[in-house]
Design a protein. Structure first.
Length: 109
């Protein structure tokens, strides 16, 4: 029977061990490396869709035709960029206080 390797249970890990906080895991690093090797920039692609500069080629009656990106796809691309560009606001409560004053409360998690 094989013995268990590693640190015995109950002993703390040495300082600095493990992946640093905010560090990327192996799968994410491999994915980013593959995108870089392929020369593909996903942000640039979403920007092209969001600005309407991207079109795709379709074959209509035997001829190639450039078809603009559908508006719903443009909207989805713009929302995806907005989600990354602007921080999500905290929840707020708006109401009227006991003495009639206007009250705005920021709800914390």
């Amino acid at each position: 029977m094989a013995t268990k390797q590693g640190r015995p249970k109950g002993y703390p890990r040495p300082p600095g061990s493990g992946r640093p906080k905010g560090g990327l895991n192996k799968r994410t690093l491999a994915f980013q490396d593959a995108l870089e090797k392929a020369g593909y920039d996903p942000i640039a692609a979403v920007l092209e869709i969001a600005t309407g500069r991207m079109a795709y080629t379709a074959i209509v009656k035997g001829q190639e035709v450039d078809v603009p990106v559908p508006p719903d796809m443009v909207l989805k691309a713009r929302l995806a960029l907005l989600d990354k560009a602007v921080p999500t606001p905290k929840a707020i409560e708006i109401g009227q206080g006991d003495s009639g004053e206007f009250v705005v409360r920021i709800v914390r998690d």
